[in-house]
Design a protein around this ligand. Sequence first.
Ligand SMILES: [Zn+2]
Length: 490
Amino acid sequence: MTLGPILLALATPSILISGGSVLDGSGHKAVREDVRVQGDRIVEVGRLSRRPNETVIDARGEVVCPGFIDAHSHADGEILTKSDASVVVRQGITTSVVGQDGSSHFPIREWIAKLNATPHTLNLASFVGHGTARSQILGKNANRPATPEEIHKMAALVDSEMRAGLQGLSSGLEYDPGYYSATEELIELAKAASKHHGIYISHVRDEENKAIQSFTELIRIAREAHLPAQISHIKLASKPVWGLADKVLGMMRSARASGLDITADVYPYTYWQSTITVLIPTRDWSDRKAWAKGLSEVGGPTHVLLTTYSPDKSWQGKTLADISKLTSKDPVTVIQEIVSKTHGAGAKGSESVVVTAMTEPDVTKFIRDPHIMFCTDGGLTPSHPRAAGSFPRVLAEYVRSRHVLPLPEAIRKMTSLPAHRFRLDHRGAIRKGYFADVVVLNPLTVQDEASLKQPTLPPKGIDYVLINGQVVVTRRGVTPARPGRFLTRR
Ligand SMILES: [Zn+2]
């Protein structure tokens, strides 16, 4: 061996994370160890003594674990302008998996080049969106079935985007234009992702009354296109399907027993955020009966909170019940007014709602399941607290307070489970030679603080976050370091 590499190693500054309990991401119990980081890697794990001039992070009394991987993120919306991704990294997330719900940047290579030219904190990995492929090939009027020729062209587009190293195909079948696609179309496109060892990930067609049929469709796509599949932000979001978590987990288990690879991700809240139009499965917005039914199935107008409404900002922060009282109009009339000003012909307004439509026992069962990882489903300017609070909330509420799952298992589901799922090379573990994406947290104080009133409030107890060997978060907040990278599939 020549002296060159040794001198280089001595010259590169290192960081010693000293005295902590290491949870390595495997699910095994904590071991009292020190972790040395040099360059972008973990170079030593064990009982280590401090080198001269080495930066030391005192982790006594704390847990040292791999950085969290957010399985379903919308951080790609604003990462180029909000490069600190503060709401994300402050909760310990070091990699966000984007291009979700059928929507990805196109062409992805151009976006990756822009991202690489913009220093940012966070690692990102992306899917290619089915809706994006549809809009590219079907053009302006993509809200219709596709012809066989168009499906062929979309599959070629998916193939070409996958060659940039993406994680697979994503769909958002409750949204335009994914809503208008047949299962056979999705199977053909999933085959194009399968060729590159990608997976299929989906915001399924209906998370409400037809949730079971929707999960069945996803399992069929996995079977016929020969690829692993993941249910995005799994939920049972209407009265007729409340309490069916065991049935859904059983379906996933028997699919796995038959040789398929089926997983899911979940966020730890009983309320979702989306557009008000998903309250009804059809697109007939004049159908008062359908609105009344949809509304009653999520628990009525008190369960629907309008969080964004550009045509009349005074309605923001009010429930449909409040607005109905205020305007002396019945709730369905209020919904139809909102929809006509935001989704009607020529409408320019925007809206979003938070709807309490899931039950705690279902959410708890999903959080406990060993094949279900975690997500925020959030962007960088959120109005739902999940974007800033999901991972600390699992640790505070479901691990420390309610003992739904042990801490090493929760950390495994936040780190090595998604790292394997998304084929992220040398990520998701505290191990020599792995990339130094590391979180130092206090298991006794970690707590989500974000709420509907203050959705961006950072959590407590996430004391240090390192990404690619650089400290991006300390107890004082986000540092100026911008070490984030675009990660390709292994
Ligand atoms: Zn979604």
